[in-house]
Design a protein around this ligand. Structure first.
Ligand SMILES: Nc1nc2c(ncn2[C@@H]2O[C@H](COP(=O)(O)OP(=O)(O)OP(=O)(O)O)[C@@H](O)[C@H]2O)c(=O)[nH]1
Ligand SMILES: [Mg+2]
Ligand SMILES: [Zn+2]
Length: 310
């Protein structure tokens, strides 16, 4: 039988078949899985084949095959770790939830997410949440970020889950689609999903007053069928996003503003680091490419252990 993985908690996976019946499945012992080295070889959103265990009334099953993924979001938790994690698979849109404060979301974190979604051509929308709490300086900072990312071509929406601001605009984008929500703990992923579909009543955490960070309230990624024929995947907040499974010389191609201009670099394999006549560096010098984008790019190229080694 074919089904989709709605939730994975260690060795058990909730799989819904086409009739909407949910089964609790384990993985067949000798199942050959991907070579991504991930801690979760089966991810939420995966389409799998499974057999029902023992008798036909059972709601337990065994996963015998994972179908090829259309796309997935893979990361390393920290750069030194060899272990990777698939946040979700087979998604149509990524909503990256960003907060200027409580918690702070850095451009470094944003750019890392964007490389990965861009590499798989996943439509990505930046949701700037908690619009109700920012002071003047924070608002200026936020507008600069919106400007930066809109110029590169990303859709940005200013949101407040608390004040129900621009939730309708989000809803207009999601009909019939599968959407993953990603971001730091406490950025408001579950809160926004609750605004879109209040019946879900997802658990919301508060922000630690000491560290101004979330408390990892959502502990497992989970897919939900909601109104509008949409499916949303709520994911646990993540702290770091290590880039993995890339070649060094392809990272620049996932910065759209680098990719569009790289043919004007002297060398066609230019990494835009210390090669002569690098057009990308010229664009950075003349402020046509944002310095934060360039610095984040450089950090990933120089510091991330990009290749997964088994
Ligand atoms: N002021 C304000 N607070 C918000 C907003 N959205 C969420 N919050 C608060 O932020 C805190 C964290 O919200 P959650 O929805 O649990 O955040 P999350 O991203 O799901 O966090 P994890 O599940 O830990 O990854 C809660 O106290 C929410 O009430 C908003 O738009 N404005
Ligand atoms: Mg949550
Ligand atoms: Zn260059």
């Amino acid at each position: 039988m074919r089904g989709t993985v709605y939730k994975s908690t260690g060795s058990w996976h909730s799989v819904k078949n086409n009739e909407g019946v949910e089964f609790e499945c384990r993985i067949k012992g000798r199942l050959r899985l991907d070579d991504l080295g991930s801690t979760n070889p089966i991810a939420v959103g995966d389409v799998v084949e499974f057999d029902i265990e023992n008798n036909t009334d059972s709601r337990n099953g065994i996963i015998i095959k994972v179908h090829d993924r259309k796309n997935y979001i893979l990361r390393k938790s920290v750069n030194l770790s060899k272990q990777t994690q698939i946040l979700a698979a087979n998604i149509d849109i990524l909503f990256l939830v960003i907060t200027i404060n409580n918690p702070v979301t850095t451009t470094n974190f944003i750019d890392r997410f964007l490389i990965t979604s861009n590499a798989y051509s996943i439509d990505t929308v930046l949701l700037f949440n908690k619009m109700d709490i920012y002071n003047k300086d924070e608002t200026i900072q936020l507008d600069k970020l919106v400007n930066l990312y809109e110029n590169i071509g990303y859709k940005c929406i200013k949101v407040s889950a608390t004040k129900d601001l621009n939730i309708k605009e989000i809803i207009s984008l999601i009909k019939g689609k599968t959407i993953m929500f990603g971001g730091h703990s406490g950025s408001g992923k579950s809160s926004i999903i609750n605004c879109i579909n209040p019946e879900l009543n997802l658990k919301i955490g508060n922000i630690s007053s000491q560290h101004l960070q979330g408390k990892h309230t959502t502990t497992y990624a989970e897919l939900f069928d909601i109104d509008f024929g949409a499916r949303v995947i709520d994911t646990p907040g993540i702290k770091g996003f290590g880039i993995v499974n890339f070649e060094k010389n392809e990272i620049g191609d996932f910065f759209p503003e680098f990719f569009q201009n790289k043919n004007k670099c002297k060398f066609n394999n230019c990494l835009h680091i210390d090669e002569p006549d690098c057009f990308i560096k010229e664009l950075v010098s003349s402020n046509k490419i944002s310095i934060s984008r360039y610095e984040n790019y450089k950090q990933i190229i120089m510091q991330d252990d990009l290749k997964y080694r088994q």
